[in-house]
Ligand binder design. Structure first.
Ligand code: ATP
Ligand code: MG
Length: 512
């Protein structure tokens, strides 16, 4: 592939996606351009749908029809990507979405039934990525086959891997995965000659991420990171929806939660009202003909929402983000006084109470140094540019893993190999040995997470190292290497230190 072929930056968001590219340098400073969609918007809804004629719709087209076609409209797919069907998160998600989430035949993966198709999460992510790629290709008038794609800092190894796999499905080479908050820091710091410690508070539609990042000229060093991939604007919407359903039930005795069309209309207006309440104190919440009484009388929802009520309903969510901020600060070894700037990223940070609480926490208001919707894509584009042969931008990214990685010890305890916030890339070796005479294989189960019991963490895979020299038990050593690359993805290999011979490594991804 020629070096002239562009690498674009893609922020594949839970609710909105955005893409950007560097278009040359001016006085040594890369010039970033956002890729516009039809109508001029720089973000596109991360929504996929199939209409009743079997047409696939992505972005605005999908969003426009979601009230009428809720069962075949997929949103929030990023929350499910890289998860096994049996995870709690999938279970929680199933209860709040109107589309059908079911297990694959082997009961491991998640399958979505959309229209007449059954799709995996990678399929859905791939279609959204493909749309972004097409728009970029058309806009730039050149084929786009390579991208830097961002993921939440708190994504696990498996979730990162799934994003790469989604790219493969459409022949889009994901040349590098980088973390969203790190990308936002790049958007802020590149070309500015800074010497600062910043905290990126990224509250998007689906995920919350926070990173403490030291910027020294073109070196971006993540000190610590944390987050919750199940905490975002969608949860603020759900808190409102929950309240609306309860009020309606109290008034009419009717439960709307089993009616997908009604639910989708409520969801749509809840989000819009939430956004309105960031700039006003009060807003009406009216939906005509939401359902009918048993006697065939149409019923409406007629309520008012105040900002105060919204804040009460979502207090717990904002508190959770601040607890994570506090932990990440402790992990970084810094105190609030050491933080030069607090940067807001993600649409949900426009909620005034989020900004108020951060102001109290840090003793100063957050800075407006980056655009909350565009910074991540801009940072991805800058990083993509730095990877191009013809670039003068030399960036150094020093990132960390968000959760520990380790192996299962006897008794189901986790033996941590890399604690959370370990710098990446990183490799560590472990010496193992055989426990039976003439044993030729060693099996190791690897997990990611910060719990002491492996059962509470996510299994990354069961690794088998085969071809061990036959010898009495304990007589032959096996040197196992854990290698976490710059993208936070683990590979493992093993060798016999006495002979130097590599062992055959196979991995089976089992589910937890
Ligand atoms: N003015 C506003 N006030 C409150 N919330 C808002 C406002 N504008 C947008 N939001 C919310 O921000 C969320 C979308 O944010 P964003 O586009 O940053 O998320 P994303 O990048 O798609 O998600 P993620 O980063 O979690 O994958 C939505 O839940 C939306 O309702
Ligand atoms: Mg985002």
């Amino acid at each position: 592939m020629g070096s002239k072929e562009p690498i674009i930056g893609i922020d594949l968001g839970t609710t909105n996606s955005c893409a950007a590219i560097v278009d040359g340098e001016k006085d040594g400073v890369p010039q970033v351009k956002l890729i516009p969609y039809k109508g001029g918007d720089y973000t596109v809804p991360s929504i996929f749908a199939i209409d009743d004629k079997g047409n696939e719709l992505i972005g605005y087209e999908a969003k426009r029809q979601w009230q009428l076609n809720p069962k075949n409209t997929i949103y929030g797919a990023k929350r499910l990507v890289g998860r096994s069907f049996r995870s709690d998160i999938v279970e929680t998600m199933r209860k709040v979405v109107q589309y059908n989430v079911r297990p694959s035949e082997d009961n491991k993966e998640v399958v979505l039934d959309v229209g007449k198709k059954s799709l995996s999460l990678q399929d859905v992510s791939a279609r959204i990525l493909n749309k972004i790629r097409d728009v970029a290709s058309n806009h730039l008038r050149i084929p786009v086959n390579r991208a830097v794609v961002t993921v939440p800092a708190y994504f696990s190894d498996r979730q990162r891997q799934s994003v790469k796999d989604a790219g493969k499905l459409i022949d889009l080479e994901v040349v590098r995965i980088i973390n969203e908050p790190t990308a936002a820091a790049l958007a802020y710091g590149v070309g500015k000659d800074l010497n600062k410690t910043v905290i990126i508070y990224d509250l998007g539609g689906g995920t919350f991420d926070v990173s403490v990042i030291e910027i020294r000229k073109q070196v971006f060093e993540v000190k610590s990171t944390g987050g919750d991939i199940f905490l975002g604007g969608i949860d603020f919407d759900n808190a409102m929806i929950h309240h609306i359903l309860k009020e309606f039930r109290a008034k009419t005795g009717i439960d709307l939660s089993a009616d997908p069309v009604a639910m989708q209309r409520i969801k749509d207006l809840a989000e819009r009202t939430k956004i309105d309440l960031s700039s006003r104190e009060e807003a009406p919440f009216n939906i005509p003909f939401i359902t009918m009484t048993a006697q065939g009388q149409p019923l409406n929802i007629e309520m008012r929402f105040t900002r105060k009520l919204l804040e009460q309903l979502t207090l717990e969510l904002v508190d959770r983000t601040l607890k994570i901020v506090a932990r990440v600060l402790v992990d970084s070894g810094l105190s609030t006084k050491d933080i030069d700037e607090v940067m807001l990223v993600g649409g949900q940070t426009r909620m005034p109470i989020v900004q108020d609480r951060l102001t109290k926490f840090f003793g100063k208001p957050p800075s407006k140094g980056v655009h909350p919707d565009e910074a991540v894509a801009i940072g991805a584009a800058l990083y993509a540019h730095s990877l191009q042969d013809d670039s003068n931008l030399k960036l150094q990214l020093l990132d960390v893993i968000p959760m520990g990685i380790g192996l299962e010890k006897a008794g189901g305890e986790m033996h941590v190999v890399f604690p959370r916030n370990s710098a990446i890339p990183n490799a560590k070796q472990l010496l193992g040995t055989t426990s039976a005479d003439n044993q030729t294989e060693l099996i190791m189960r690897i997990f990611q997470g910060d719990h002491t019991a492996v059962a509470d963490n996510e299994q990354l895979g069961e690794f088998t190292f085969a071809g061990i020299r036959q010898a009495p038990s304990g007589q032959v050593q096996v040197e196992i290497t854990f290698d976490v690359n710059i993208e936070g993805i683990l590979t493992m290999y093993a060798r016999d230190p006495a002979t130097g011979k590599e062992l055959k490594t196979t991995v089976r991804v089992t589910q937890t």
